[in-house]
Design a protein around this ligand. Sequence first.
Ligand code: NAP
Length: 286
Amino acid sequence: MKIGFIGLGIMGGRMAHNLLTKGHDLIVYNRTPAKAAALMAEGAKWAETPADLAQKVDILFTMLSTPEVIQTLAANENGFLDALPKGALWVDCSTVNPGFARWMAAVAGARGVRFLDAPVAGTKGPAGSGDLIFLVGGNAEDLAQCRPLLDCMGKKIVYLGGAGNGAAMKMLFNLMLGNAMAAYSEALVLGEALGLSRQTVADVILDTPVAAPFLKMKQALIDQDEFEAHFPLRWMRKDLHLVAQTAYEKGVALPALNAVKEIYALAEKHGLGEKDFAAIYRYLAT
Ligand SMILES: NC(=O)c1ccc[n+]([C@@H]2O[C@H](COP(=O)([O-])OP(=O)(O)OC[C@H]3O[C@@H](n4cnc5c(N)ncnc54)[C@H](OP(=O)(O)O)[C@@H]3O)[C@@H](O)[C@H]2O)c1
């Protein structure tokens, strides 16, 4: 079985590496070719365009930044969609809104290509160690076919039903992540203003049920004050935008989410977009 992987950023590069090291043949494409160098040294083949890659594979994984980028690489000149063989399976792992995931399923289906939305919970570390959680929407038989591949990259696969349901669940994860990071950052800033040291606030709060467990990892980034990106802040802002868009489409009000989304927008404007989303603390603290 020939496998293609498009999108070799923080997440995709590590996921592709795990497929390769577990013995799978891989053809890869990335806008910035240099990011494929390490994978090619491990045996991956390079494709010059998404279309070149697509015509040679049975299963295609995409791990790209935004719906707009996926649409461009899928449907523009040299796009992968028209080049995929009929009956091929496209598994999109990017974080997108459920409406866009359903659009992908429809345009793929119209071309005789099967589609799964399989976004992931977990960041750079779990992507590297093969410990991601896949949230999957689409046909159960298609999932059964690619399950052994997902097992190479993840520790858990959650099947949620029809197309778009994986993306729907992923929206909820990032709503929780984005809000919790902002709330914790505000607690640190207020605590310091009240004369409590940042260390004391962190030690006390992070050891209680009010703190989400992921915040311990983010505290380490706050302490180092470098905010090397595990999950870039600009993609958190993008995801919160997609959550807000999805809520609008459903007539659901998310007042807290919408306020928090704009804090990430301001932090991005402040030059923190390429940093980890924990850098929202730096924005609020300065
Ligand atoms: N990092 C995390 O913790 C995490 C966790 C779960 C889900 N996600 C989601 O996973 C996806 C990828 O995230 P990431 O952290 O791996 O981001 P990343 O390192 O920024 O990678 C983004 C990928 O998209 C490609 N890309 C961006 N703009 C493009 C364009 N205009 N044309 C062609 N390719 C383009 C990049 O190519 P270049 O290499 O050329 O820039 C790269 O392959 C996003 O949807 C994100 O929300 C991320």
